[in-house]
Design a protein around this ligand. Structure first.
Ligand SMILES: Nc1nc2c(ncn2[C@@H]2O[C@H](COP(=O)(O)OP(=O)(O)O)[C@@H](O)[C@H]2O)c(=O)[nH]1
Ligand SMILES: [Mg+2]
Length: 659
């Protein structure tokens, strides 16, 4: 299955999931099963699946054919080149292609001069007015292609300006751009480009990152320490006619090697194999030459041969546009698409499904607990009412008095429940402080300060190590505190259960090891980046500033998700208490109501018993329906087929009717 088809299939699953989730929510609401925690969980699941992005980054030295490959894989349907990819017109700035429904189709460009300020790229995204916007007409591929040529624009600046912008390094002369005869240096006009178009794949959450060559990657630390490591797949491109050059190797080593995990998501492409096609050689001879280039490249990069895929992006694009099947096969593009589909999409789906299955499992548990309480209340009422059979008026009167007394006692014990809550909140507040923005900010200020010390170069690893072990310590402390909160919750829930025969169950406590692992990866990407060459740049104060800003934006994401996990945990605990209290109050109401009716007419008793029987049956049905609705959500997606489309159409129709 090609990448595009696999991605489509993923999209179908996600849409279907979102629809089913909506159905589940409506159903739960109708049956009064939607408490605050469940609602929150549904909401999170929905946005997790809806906003799930898959980022594929294309990284290589200039002119290896990144843009051409993007054209060939994703945009051949437009019938022409969309990303500029021709000699002398190459992408000069990192370019992200994606789709955001809230923004009209456009190209947004961030001027290169923003590098003179210390804000991280992520922060600039929040300031739309700093970006130059060009509207795009998606129905006019020629206009689209013309507009996108802006990403190739350059400026000519003096050496001082180039140095300030991060393109010139006095201690690393080899890597500097060429100086023209008039002494000026060519630099990109834009720092970053965002392309927003409603291409079918982009609509479904694909984000493509096209990067310029080594020089521009090196100048933007955020690419290396943030965007590229977070991409779900990185395609590294070599050209068959040049083999692995020195700068190819620098990019590979400085920006792409990650130890341990992530191997599956790195694809190496040996592009331009058509330059080896040669009318004077036999196909076997050409193939041998390609194989040799693959073997040599794999050896230099330290990869198994199977991980280097030879293709011709250009011929692949031509073949798709002209419908030339033989040429398409010869270009080997389908082989690359297959590898992307299996490696990247397969992986992504597995992760998302696992996360979703966990969420659904907890949600189901919460709803079942609510039903359990109702079931038990019914059972108790049943015993109570059966006991009244054949009893005289005074016994019934006495019973009513007893229930009223019980209710008064229960209302008076509200203070005890309140106490449990306030201790819980107090401890939680400590966790919030540990994981909060001020704590993180203070940590990072310390790191910036340390990095700015003269002669830091040798101590970088240690300084990072210290900062990260403090961060890890914070997470470990949060884990310990959460453990204490959990024990407290368990004990007080048990006590409340015993005293009021509640069935409270403490929700799963947050697990911070995942976030520790994230910290590990972030630390590694920074050290990797600084370990080679780039460490020299620390002598420029604005560089360390930028580096730490980039670090901050990435850490913030980790801390925000940790905090939100803690919040959900808290919400789940307190909404259980709320639910039990509410149900109990209702239960008193129902019991009193039943007695009153029995006092008024003797026949009331049997009627009431029959009602309770009926309610028990309804609960059983609800239980079965819940299992059915949730099992649809964690089930495997059907293969895309006409039947699948029909199924989807049916669900959509059902929902439209509901709305
Ligand atoms: N012969 C040949 N040329 C290619 C191929 N892919 C790209 N090119 C050419 O290589 C040059 C650079 O391509 P481009 O996509 O702009 O490279 P980028 O800088 O990596 O984005 C352009 O002139 C392309 O036409 C290919 O598969 N075969
Ligand atoms: Mg390019």
């Amino acid at each position: 299955m090609s990448f595009n088809k696999k991605f489509d299939q993923h999209g179908v699953w996600r849409r279907e999931f979102a629809l089913r989730l909506k159905l589940l929510a409506e159903w739960m609401k109708d049956h009064d099963l939607l408490d605050a925690a469940v609602e929150e969980r549904l909401h999170r699941l929905e946005s997790q699946v809806r906003s799930d992005k898959v980022m594929v980054a294309f990284v290589a030295e200039v002119s290896r054919g990144k843009s051409e490959l993007i054209n060939a894989i994703f945009f051949a349907g437009y019938g022409r080149r969309i990303m500029p990819a021709s000699a002398g017109r190459t992408t000069m700035c990192p370019t992200e292609l994606g789709y955001d429904a809230d923004v009209p189709p456009c190209l947004r460009l961030l001027p290169i001069e923003t590098r003179l300020q210390s804000q991280a790229l992520m922060e600039w995204r929040m300031v739309p007015e700093k970006w130059t916007r060009v509207d795009l007409d998606v129905n006019d591929p020629a206009q689209l292609a013309r507009a996108l040529e802006k990403v190739a624009e350059v400026r000519h600046v003096t050496r001082e300006e180039a140095r300030a912008l991060g393109f010139w390094h006095d201690d690393n002369l080899d890597d500097n751009p060429l100086v023209r005869a008039d002494g000026l240096i060519e630099v990109p006009r834009w720092r970053h480009a965002l392309i927003n178009i409603a291409h079918p794949l982009l609509r479904q959450g694909l984000v493509i990152l096209d990067t310029p060559g080594l020089n521009a990657i090196g100048a933007e630390p955020e690419l290396t320490v943030s965007l590229i490591p977070q991409a779900h797949a990185v395609v590294f491109i070599l050209a068959a006619d040049t083999g692995v050059t020195k700068s190819d190797l620098s990019i590979w080593r400085e920006h792409l090697i990650t130890e341990g995990d992530g191997c599956e998501s790195r694809l190496v492409v040996l592009n331009k194999i058509d330059t080896l096609w040669d009318a004077l050689s036999t196909p076997e001879q050409v193939q041998m030459q390609i194989d040799r280039q693959v073997a040599i490249s794999a050896e230099i990069l330290g990869l198994p041969k199977s991980q280097v895929i030879p293709v011709s992006a250009q011929k692949g694009l031509v073949a798709k546009v002209t419908g030339d099947e033989a040429l398409l096969q010869a270009s080997e593009l389908p082989t690359l698409e297959l590898a992307l589909a299996q490696g990247v999409m397969g992986q992504r789906q597995k992760i998302l499904r696992a996360a979703v299955a966990d969420g659904i499992g907890e949600l189901k548990g919460e709803a079942e607990r609510a039903m359990h309480i109702r079931r038990r209340d019914l059972a108790e009422q049943m015993i109570e009412l059966r006991g009244l059979r054949g009893k005289n008026v005074s016994v019934i009167h006495h019973m009513r008095f007893r229930i009223e007394q019980e209710r008064a006692e229960f209302n008076a014990s509200g203070a005890k429940i309140h106490a449990v809550r306030s201790v819980h909140l107090k401890l939680l507040r400590e966790v919030f402080v540990l994981l909060g923005t001020p704590t993180l900010r203070a940590e990072l200020a310390e790191l910036t300060h340390a990095l700015k010390q003269p002669g830091i170069k040798l101590g970088v690893k240690r300084v990072y190590g210290q900062a990260f072990s403090r961060l890890r310590e914070g997470l470990q402390k949060s884990q310990i505190l959460s453990g204490e909160i959990q024990s407290m919750l368990t004990a007080s829930f048990r006590q409340l259960n015993a005293e009021f025969s509640f069935s409270l169950q403490p929700p799963n406590e947050p697990d911070f090891t995942r976030y520790e692992h994230d910290l590990e990866l972030i630390q590694r990407s920074h050290l990797q980046y600084l370990g080679l060459g780039n460490i020299l740049k620390l002598s420029q104060p604005e560089f360390s500033e930028r580096l730490v800003r980039a670090l901050a934006t990435r850490l913030r994401v980790v801390y925000e998700s940790a905090l939100s996990e803690v919040e959900l945990w808290n919400k789940s605990a307190s909404s259980q208490l709320d639910a039990q209290l509410r149900e109990r109050r209702r239960n008193f109401g129902r019991r009193l109501e039943a007695i009153k009716r029995i006092q008024q007419a003797a026949s009331g008793l049997n009627e009431r018993i029959a009602e309770i029987d009926a309610q028990e049956n309804i609960l059983n049905e609800l239980d079965a329906k819940l299992t059915e609705l949730t099992s649809h959500l964690v089930g495997k997606p059907a293969l895309p087929s006409p039947a699948q489309d029909e199924a989807e159409a049916t669900v959509i129709a059902a929902l439209t009717e509901m709305a």
